[in-house]
Design a protein around this ligand. Structure first.
Ligand code: SF4
Length: 448
């Protein structure tokens, strides 16, 4: 898809340019040295952009320091300030970073006032050559939009178009847009609607693509590859983030794989495929387990999402760490991958659906440890969506359609949510997983 080009520091985002893999720090922004060290690791791993949370005015000075330290080390990777609610913080930090990520709909409950605040930010960004990402997430669209269009992919695309129209009216085109969801069907549909709307409008901004709160491990990688590859294969997407609840440096090889694959630099390790009666039987000859997983997700994710296929069956070989050939079917990987892919495309659920944010500078507890503990204790449950979120400010709003939420408050305390409602607050973190499991089991027993 032909797009405009956004200039983010020394990186160009848009058609004609390579897809840019990016990631986000999970350090506290006030920990300047820790954040700089993480940025260095991200840069060395190949991050094209690095996002850092800027929760409040007090953090602007840290952003400035982090940038200065990185530049003094000769690292010129553009920095993106992540802003959630405060237009004033966005305006204050804009001169010191290459891009600001905002959801302007969250600036103010009064839409007219939010528009005024957004215009002020645009003016500052124009003055300093700072780009803007308009980043809307399913689950945090705000009442005005959901009252008009429901909590739907269409609402996400409509909300984004409103803000893009304002950019056009202000003659500010240094903009990237994203519409993320943890649900691959919602996410793919929202981006497709947005792409169509921008094409109809005749002004197509570059697009940042990602599956938000994808979780970790194989599931997080497969879910991300399904959503991102479906769009990249249609030419939608100019910069990508693979959100994992892990060390953020781990996101880069996956994002790099996706970027290279859809820039046409690498191909799949699939050796052959036979498709009949909506079932694909594929044989792989893969250099590694990790590569096999990414290839399978990209080869079949979109076709399962779009219901062009109902079933897949995988066979062949991959090589283990010592270069030894391992049979895919013989190792049990075939069935596991088929289950994971069916779940990532939301065709069949063989285990709980987990939503987990990657964490950021707002996280005040051991998010990765808590997510592992929740998974270990709930893996036997069925037909339930469980969210594990890194902060109490944004977590509840961002966990979208989860049935249950485990939200770290900080100070070793946890809030447990049922849908959008907090049912237990300030639970000590040593007891929180037990409480969550008790509540889920009590509810499922009451339904029997
Ligand atoms: S929900 Fe997670 S990623 Fe989002 S702001 Fe909170 S800690 Fe950061």
């Amino acid at each position: 898809m032909e797009t405009l080009t956004a200039k983010v520091g020394n990186v160009l985002i848009g058609s004609g340019n390579r897809i840019v893999p990016q990631t986000m720090c999970n350090t506290h922004t006030s920990d300047v040295d820790g954040t700089v060290a993480q940025c260095v690791r991200m840069h060395e791993a190949g991050a094209g952009l690095i996002r850092i949370t800027c929760p409040g005015m007090g953090d602007v000075k840290y952003m400035k320091e982090i940038r200065e330290k990185l530049r003094a080390m000769g690292i010129d990777t553009p920095l993106v300030a992540d802003i959630h609610f405060s237009s004033e913080t966005a305006i204050a930090v804009a001169p010191y970073v290459e891009k600001v990520r905002i959801n302007p709909g969250n600036f103010n409950r009064d839409h007219e006032e939010a528009c005024r605040q957004f215009s002020r930010l645009v003016k500052v960004c124009k003055e300093h050559g700072t780009a803007i990402r308009i980043g809307l997430n399913h689950g945090s669209l705000g009442d005005r939009i959901t009252n008009l269009y429901g909590n739907t992919p269409n609402a996400m695309a409509k909300a984004a178009m409103e803000w893009l129209e304002l950019c056009i009216a202000e003659d500010f085109m240094n903009v990237v847009v994203s519409l993320k969801s943890s649900n691959t069907i919602v996410m793919v549909e929202a981006y497709r609607l947005l792409a169509a709307a921008m094409q109809e409008r005749g002004v197509v901004f570059p697009v940042h693509v990602g599956v938000t709160e994808a979780g970790n491990g194989d599931s997080g990688r497969i879910k991300s590859c399904v959503g991102i590859s479906a769009l990249l294969s249609e030419g939608i997407g100019n910069t990508i983030r693979v959100s994992l609840t892990e060390d953020p440096v781990n996101e880069i090889p996956v994002a790099r794989y996706l970027a290279d694959r859809y820039d046409g630099l690498i191909g799949s390790s699939m050796a052959s495929v036979r498709i009949s009666e909506r079932k694909a039987e594929a044989t792989y000859d893969s250099p590694s387990r990790e590569r096999l997983i990414l290839d399978v997700a990209c080869d079949f994710g979109k076709r399962l999402l779009d219901k062009e296929l109902d079933e897949i069956s995988i066979d062949g070989i991959y090589r283990d760490e010592d270069g030894k050939e391992v049979s895919i079917a013989g190792s049990g990987l075939a069935e596991y991958l088929e289950d994971e892919l069916m779940q990532a495309t939301r065709r069949r659920f063989y285990k709980p659906e987990y939503i987990a944010c990657p964490g950021c500078g707002r996280t005040m507890y051991d998010l990765q440890g808590a997510f592992e503990a929740v998974k270990a204790r709930t893996g036997h449950l069925k037909d339930v969506v469980i969210a594990v979120m890194g902060c109490i400010v944004n977590g509840p709003g961002e966990m979208a359609d989860a049935d249950w939420g485990y939200v770290g408050e900080g100070n070793h305390k946890v809030s447990i949510y049922h849908g959008k409602e907090p049912v237990l607050r300030h639970v000590p973190d040593t007891e929180a997983v037990d409480k969550l499991v008790e509540l889920i089991e009590a509810e499922s027993a009451s339904k029997k």
